[in-house]
Structures are given as C-alpha cells and as structure tokens.
Design a protein around this ligand. Structure first.
Ligand SMILES: [Zn+2]
Length: 145
C-alpha cells in the first residue's frame, strides 16, 4: 500500500445563509486541509513520480483569499457586484465545512484523472478540513480511475 499526504492552509470568507446564529453573517476562517490518497501502488510518470504534491496542494490553495458561496447566494454570484475570480461556487445549500470537503474531494479525483486517466486503479481519497482549531470534518471514499 502506498500513501501520499499533503497539508495546506487557506484563508476564505463565507456565510451560512439561514443559520440561526452569527455564522449567517459574512466572516472568515483560516482553514487547514489534509489530503491523503492511498492505493496499492501508484502509477509513475516519466520521472518515477506518482501524484505531484503541488498539484494536490493546489486543490486547497485555489480557495485561498476567495469567497466561498453556493449557487443560491444571489448577491455573491452576481458578477456585477463582485469580481467573479474572487468567488468560488461550491455545490450544496451552504458553504459549510462538509461541502468544502466534498468540493475538494471531487477536485482531487479530477487531479488524479488528469495525470493517470483510465488506469482502473482504486484510490482511497481522504480530505480533512479543519475550519477552526476545534472543528474538523473528514470525507473518505474510494473511487476507481
Ligand atoms: Zn464559518
């Protein structure tokens, strides 16, 4: 079994529309993420490298200094009001840590598929997102690429 692990930190803004507490207001977090990819034996590229650490970190770093929104947030997805490149639209009812982790998990799948398409290998991808010092969410699922 082989395993690749990367850590990255990123700063974002978000709001939980409809939340009955202070999280419904725009606020920011310094998130920490850990991506772990496990498979029996990684494919290797021409340099005998498996997945590039930088490519995996980029999944999280592309969220840095962005506003995380969902499609129903009509103010922040309005390009006339906000610079579109400063906004990342994620699927779901709110930009919760759960949905951020799922978003990143899907991006890791894309990253593997871009580098090693159609190999028929099964990977366990775990994305750990730490929203605050005390609040952590993990999504861990298998996928075959
Ligand atoms: Zn928050």
């Amino acid at each position: 079994m082989e395993k690749i692990i990367v850590h990255a930190k990123f700063h974002t803004g978000h709001r939980q529309i409809g939340y009955p507490g202070k999280c419904r207001f725009v606020h920011g977090h310094t998130w920490r993420g850990t991506i772990t990819v496990t498979t029996e034996e990684f494919p290797r590229d021409d340099l005998d490298m498996a997945l590039d650490f930088g490519d995996l970190k980029r999944v999280l770093r592309e969220l840095d200094h962005k506003m995380l929104v969902v499609p129903s947030d009509k103010e922040f997805v309005d390009p006339a009001l906000f610079e579109p490149e400063g906004v990342v639209v994620i699927e779901g009812k709110g930009p919760s840590v759960e949905n951020v982790a799922r978003y990143a998990w899907n991006k890791v799948v894309d990253t593997i598929r871009d580098k090693f398409p159609g190999q028929g290998k099964t990977y366990t991808i775990e994305v750990l997102i730490q929203e605050t010092e005390n609040n952590i969410f993990i999504v861990s699922k298998d996928t075959t690429i």
